[in-house]
Design a protein around this ligand. Structure first.
Ligand SMILES: [Zn+2]
Ligand SMILES: [Zn+2]
Length: 366
C-alpha cells in the first residue's frame, strides 16, 4: 500500500512528509485507513529522543480510522468498521496473564521498539526500512497496521476524525481519575497542568462528581478552559503560593486526590505536598528518562499514596466506548481540546502544541 507518512529522521528535527509503502496485513494484523491522528506529548519526546528509540521512525499513536483489510486470523473487526487505535500489550507475559496488562513486561519494546511485536518492519521508504509499529500503529500516515489487542471498534454515529485522542491523551487523563484514583462523589481533587491530559482529568473529575476540582497551570487561556470544563477553582502557578492556596481550599488538611500531568519534575516535587494524610496521588506526566526528584520520606510515610499511572489504567475496549457515550450525552466535551491540521502541517501542529496555543492537535488524513 503506497501512502504518505510523517517521518522523524534526526533527533529534534522537523518531521518530513515522505512517500512510503505499508506492508500487506499479516495474519494477525488490521490495515486501517487513518482518518484522524492526534499528536501527544510522547510523539515529541520520541522526536527529541527523551526516550531512545531507533530513528528514522513513523510516529503517531492516537489513530482513528476505517478498517480497510484484515489478516486471516482477525475476527474482532471487519472492513468498514470504525476504530480507535490505542496502546499495545502482549497478553502473554506474567503481568498480562495476571490481569494487569497496564504492567505488561513487553510494553516498552512492543510500543517503542520500532518493529512489529514479531520483529518485522512494515513501513519502507523505497528500499529503506523505517521504524514502524509505534504503539503497534504508527498512525502519522495514510494507513496503519494494528492488532486486535489495540484496535477498538467504535460507534459510527460520532465523527471519526475526532476520536483518535481517546486512544492515549484523553483516556490517560480521564482514566487516571475514573479508573486509577477513583474518587468517591463529593471528593476533592487537585490537577497539576491544564494541557490535554490535565483537562481530560478535569472532565473525568466532573463525571466522578468531585465537588472541589482545583486545576493549576501557568497559562490563563488554559485555566479559563479548565473553568469552562468544570474546575471549581483555578490557580495560576506563576503567581502566589500554590500549596498555601490549596490548603485554604481544603480546610487546611490538604487534598484527598492529586494528579500531576505536567511532566515537570519541579512541579511534581512540590505537588506531592498538597496531599493530606491518607491521600492518593498519581503521576502521569513523563519527563525525559533518568529524571529524579527529592522527597521528604516521612511525609510519604504518613500513609500518603503515590503511584505512576499509564494510559489512565484503562481497559480501552470498555473505557473508550464509555467516553464516547459520555460525549454523546454532553458530559464529556473533549472536542473542545481539539484543533485540526493537515498532515503537511504537522510541524506547525507540534510547534503550537509545544507553545501551548493548541491543546490537542489532530491531523486529518483525508
Ligand atoms: Zn504482557
Ligand atoms: Zn500518548
Amino acid at each position: 500500500m503506497q501512502t504518505k507518512a510523517a517521518v522523524v529522521r534526526t533527533k529534534g528535527e522537523k518531521f518530513t512528509i515522505e512517500d512510503v509503502t505499508i506492508s500487506e496485513p499479516a495474519d494477525d494484523q488490521i490495515l486501517v485507513k487513518i482518518v484522524g491522528a492526534g499528536m501527544c506529548h510522547t510523539d515529541l519526546i520520541i522526536r527529541d529522543q527523551g526516550y531512545e528509540t531507533p530513528l528514522p521512525m513513523v510516529l503517531g499513536h492516537e489513530g482513528s480510522g476505517i478498517v480497510e483489510k484484515i489478516g486471516k486470523n482477525v475476527t474482532k473487526v471487519k472492513p468498514g468498521d470504525h476504530v480507535v487505535l490505542t496502546f499495545y500489550t502482549c497478553g502473554y507475559c506474567r503481568n498480562c496473564l495476571a490481569g494487569e496488562p497496564l504492567s505488561c513486561e513487553n510494553a516498552f519494546p512492543f510500543n517503542f521498539g520500532g518493529r512489529t511485536p514479531d520483529g518485522q518492519c512494515c513501513i519502507h521508504a523505497g528500499d529503506e526500512p523505517l521504524g514502524c509499529s509505534f504503539f503497534a500503529q504508527s498512525s502519522f500516515a495514510g494507513y496503519a497496521l494494528s492488532y486486535e489487542r489495540n484496535t477498538i471498534p467504535v460507534d459510527k454515529s460520532v465523527p471519526l476524525e475526532m476520536l483518535g485522542p481517546l486512544g492515549c491523551g484523553v483516556q490517560t487523563g480521564a482514566g487516571s481519575v475514573l479508573n486509577a484514583l477513583n474518587p468517591p462523589a463529593g471528593s476533592d481533587i487537585v490537577i497539576f497542568g491544564a494541557g490535554a491530559v490535565g483537562l481530560s482529568a478535569v472532565m473525568g473529575a466532573v463525571v466522578a462528581n468531585c465537588t472541589t476540582i482545583i486545576c493549576i497551570d501557568i497559562k490563563e487561556n488554559r485555566l479559563e478552559l479548565a473553568t469552562e470544563l468544570g474546575a471549581t477553582h483555578v490557580i495560576n502557578g506563576a503567581d502566589g503560593n500554590v500549596l498555601e492556596t490549596i490548603m485554604e481550599l481544603t480546610d487546611g488538611l490538604g487534598a484527598s486526590y492529586m494528579l500531576e500531568t505536567t511532566g515537570n519534575a519541579k512541579v511534581l516535587e512540590s505537588a506531592i505536598y498538597c496531599l493530606k494524610q491518607g491521600g492518593h496521588g498519581g503521576i502521569v506526566g513523563a519527563p525525559a528518562m533518568g529524571t529524579t526528584i527529592n522527597m521528604d520520606v516521612n511525609f510519604l510515610l504518613f500513609n500518603r499514596h503515590i503511584r505512576g499511572i499509564l494510559e489512565g489504567d484503562s481497559n480501552s475496549d470498555i473505557f473508550i466506548p464509555r467516553l464516547i457515550e459520555l460525549y454523546k450525552q454532553g458530559k464529556f466535551p473533549f472536542d473542545k481540546l481539539i484543533k485540526y491540521y493537515t498532515l503537511d502541517e504537522i510541524n506547525q501542529a507540534a510547534e503550537d502544541s509545544e507553545n501551548g496555543s493548541t491543546l490537542k492537535p489532530v491531523l486529518r488524513l483525508t
